[in-house]
Design a protein around this ligand. Structure first.
Ligand code: SF4
Length: 219
């Protein structure tokens, strides 16, 4: 009904995504995206990076504090965990492309933690708004396997009913009309979960086991 739409209904990156662009041009265009309010308080857009011919693409949730400052995905502690786990699973990190479902850092401040920016998960609307960037990256790269790192990435690739606890470590067919465009999707946890866990070694081993499923799918 006219007059009842909230401004949030209009969130979308679609008008900012240039048609027929290569990855470099997409990255440049994403730097100016105002598709949702998350760009307002951040340092910069953090676009995907890595091998444009990768057979496997890794999709995380959103940039963190370090990524926001440096403008590159997975350069913080979680990225180091992921690189080690990939290597151990038999996937060369240098032969992957890595990106996030949401390209701007969402954070909040907690009074007792001073000026430190505390990660806040993106809403489904922000996730959906940023979807055209992820879809455009995957359309150009055409990977055989997409690894969903955590619940938010899983929802971006497989829909809002995705549950990481139930579906991790399995091979799922991507919807041909979805962002992964028929690639095999292997969900796992976000590597930051290893850093937050009481039993880091056990959680890390679980991550490696899931990544081995992706490695086996690559053959
Ligand atoms: S989070 Fe995504 S849709 Fe929102 S402003 Fe950033 S790039 Fe655009």
């Amino acid at each position: 009904m006219a007059g009842t739409r909230s401004p949030e209904d209009e969130y979308t990156a679609a008008p900012f995504v240039p048609e027929g662009a290569d990855l470099g041009a997409l990255r440049e265009a994403a730097a100016g995206c105002h598709g949702c309010p998350l760009h307002r308080d951040t340092t910069q857009t953090v676009f995907g990076a890595g091998d444009p011919d990768a057979r496997v693409v890794l999709v995380g949730e959103q940039p963190g504090d370090q990524e926001d400052r440096q403008g590159k995905p997975f350069v913080g502690p979680a990225g180091k965990v992921l690189d080690r786990a990939l290597d151990e699973a038999g996937i060369d990190p240098d032969e992957t492309y890595i990106t996030n479902a949401v390209k701007h850092f969402k954070f909040t401040h907690v009074p007792e933690r001073g000026k430190r920016r505390i990660h806040k998960p993106p809403s489904l609307r922000e996730l959906s708004a940023c979807g055209p960037w992820l879809a455009a990256e995957l359309e150009l790269i055409e990977p055989e396997v997409v690894v969903a790192l955590g619940a938010t990435a899983g929802k971006a690739l497989l829909g809002s009913s995705f549950r990481v606890t139930k579906q991790r470590g399995t091979r799922l067919e991507g919807d041909p009309s979805g962002p992964a465009r028929g690639a095999l999707i292997v969900p796992t946890i976000h590597p930051s979960a290893v850093l937050r866990a009481d039993d880091r070694e056990a959680v890390y081993e679980g991550l490696v086991a899931d990544l081995r499923v992706a490695a086996e799918a690559l053959g």
